[in-house]
Design a protein around this ligand. Sequence first.
Ligand code: TRP
Ligand code: ZN
Length: 897
Amino acid sequence: MSARDAQPKAIQLKDYRPPEYRIERTELHFDLRGDKTRVTSKLTLHRNPDAETHAQSLTLNGQDMTLVSVAIDGRKLDSDEYRLDDESLTLLSVPDTFELTTVGDIDPEHNTSLEGLYKSRTMYCTQCEAEGFRKITWYLDRPDVMSEFFTTIEADKAQFPVLLSNGNLIEEGDVGNDRHSDRHFATWHDPHKKPAYLFALVAGNLEHIEDHFTTQSGRQVTLRIFVEEKDLDKCDHAMTSLKHAMRWDEETYGREYDLDIFMIVAVDDFNMGAMENKGLNIFNTACVLAKPETTTDAGFQRVEGVVAHEYFHNWSGNRVTCRDWFQLSLKEGFTVYRDATFSADMGSPTVKRVEDVSLLRTLQFAEDAGPMAHPVRPDSYIEISNFYTLTVYEKGNEVVRMLANLLGPEEFRKGTDLYFERHDGQAVTTEDFVAAMEAVSGRDLTQFKRWYSQAGTPVLTVTDHWDEDAGEYHLTIAQSCPPTPESQSKQPFHIPVAMGLLGSAGALPLHRKGQAPDPETGDNTHTVLELTEPEQTFVFERLPEKPVPSLLRNFSAPVKLRYDYSRDDLVRLMSGDDDGFCRWDASQQLAIQVIQDVMQAYEQGDDIATASVDERLVDAYRSLLQDTSLDKAMVALMLTLPSEAYLAEQSDTIQVEAIHHSRAAVKRVVAQALKDDLRAIYEAYDHRKPYRPTAEDIAERSLKNVALSYLMTLSEPELLEACEQQYRYANNMTDTMAALSELVNSEAKGADSVREKALSEFYDYWKAEPLVVDQWLRVQATSHHPKALETVLELQKHPAFEANNPNKIRALVGAFSNANPVNFHRADGEGYRFLADQILRLNKVNPQIAARLLTPFTRWRRYPESLQALMKQALERIKAEPALSKDVYEVVSKTLV
Ligand code: TRP
Ligand code: ZN
């Protein structure tokens, strides 16, 4: 973005108008020549009969390009026949049907924004979503303009032997008649009409692995994953994941792949995780490469999930796309729902659910309560890149999940079938998605749609009353939603609350007063209450004893639940509830209460080293450790104390140090009390077992490493040695990193030298593997050590760090400011000053990444006044920068309001 005098303008949903022209056919020619790459585009345009306006002129999007020529129907235009500015090209007089030829020069070599056509290490690649295509050629760069693409790429043969674009290869060869030409070309044709944001091009010296998939109707599809040669040994897991995803989408949604070839390309420099370009997905290496020696369990699972996500977009996003960018959640919320249910099916459903809910409740809830809060379908934006948010993705997923649960599996499948059939080849809205669900179910979802239009996290306040004589239990649920920037007062939501009642010996049968039992589900211990009013009371009768309510099972709605559970109730839920999610949630709530006890003592100035910790937590944990019948993954999750970020979410004013030290104190006391049980778990693990990324083995490793993490708080020399052994001899990166992270944070005697040695040996061994180096940076950036910021500053000068590579920035700067609260929120404000410096530097280099780094600053009002003042200062320093990108401007200005 260049400097502007005027403030950037917001785009409004209510201003949507259909395009004045359609682009039937798009023919592109790329002459790749480094900093002077020439793009020739031939577009066939027709006036849109559905347009509401009829102007003589036509404006195309285009930026950061040099115009060489423009012609209509083969006739070159004079300079008074068009107007060119920083963001557009206006043709002053256009016929109803015409062919437009533009020639422009672009500079991918120096394109650090990683948007449009750019160079990543040795290869050229593109990123067009959301509005990057306008940096490649002049176009109607909006998702409701869909076109058939023909793409020819011409490049140096030796440097760029592989030339790829969307669809099918239709021609390739040397350039010209010269048999000794050093340049070659390839022409690709994509028969499926698509918006420009799904365009992709890749040119590089790439190797690939190949496999095949036979679709349910018997079509053969070639599958290829392209990487730099050094990464060929890390593609197998992605290929397996892809085949699983293809089969799953046929079985679960009846969706088949629709081209003869499906390609994935891995690139090192990428702003996000991956991109669903038609037939040619482009991936951040971090989301596609995996092998046991270099990749953690979480990494393996990320690859499986992201490969599936991008593949699923072929239907939910590409075949049926978005009318405008306000509808982003139409494809993202739905596709996250699809990838989440896929991952649940591939591994452990409860673990997957707990992970997703943790993310939502810590980060999405914080977003929804802050200055950037917006509805799942926003009403306005300044820069659309800022709206690829947890709200659009994760809350959007929850909204689809609620629909799926309200309709039930059969009707939901009918609904998605109808949606795909009705809208194949169209650009549609979230209204259209819900309309398909209404059509198949006969339900009125008018109120439900408020989930798309109202921001903010609803709060359910639950009170109850037990009538011993009548054997009746009255449950009253009130809903409210705090104001957010787009609306002060909210109308009630339609909220499904899945629930059951727990007696002393287990689940109790549910008899809703005045309601016949549900004939369909044989299960009378589980039900879904549908809230639609500000307050509703539900009465259950014929109960033998006062129950403990099990509420919001499997997290049936994205809300905050307030019910005053006693600690004994929570212990009962932890061991006795049928719902795995609720058992885990009870363990979290109990731990929060116990940590909050210690926080109070801390605030009073007590010495919390020997804090008294409620025995009920210790006893509950002991039962978990000793019960060998339990799922290890569940035990590991339930033993993991709530994160500092989630604890921060629980209070109005965030006391960073109190949270950190109290959590650590509770962990230490628990470790001391359960030392023998923890050691037994740790020692039972066979460290020579060959690595497999299966749910079962992942569970075993995670429980063992949770045990290690507790034990390491005891700072005993013997344990330090065991940890060092694990670090040194582990045969997989999960165990190596778990141990390294404990070594980095250990306060045991002698830990300093062990840490230094481990870190330097690690780097020497792994320096040629960028994704491993990222983990090495991250573990240091998140160290609790008081000198962590100084380390981060040093690391920025280390050869391991690449200043403009998003993965490196996220591993060092992002990790420090998001996942190292005690050091980021240093009382002297140096953490804030550091982050502001990074944002100001990146503002020019890569505005998308710069704007994302602002997230921790958007929470500034949640901290004590002294920190607020320092954060505000940092924000004001950024705001004063004269050439702010739209991206950074939007977040800073909304945050300072
Ligand atoms: N559509 C991509 C996904 O969710 C997201 C994405 C990839 C993206 N790269 C981007 C969004 C760059 C904005 C900018 O799978
Ligand atoms: Zn997506």
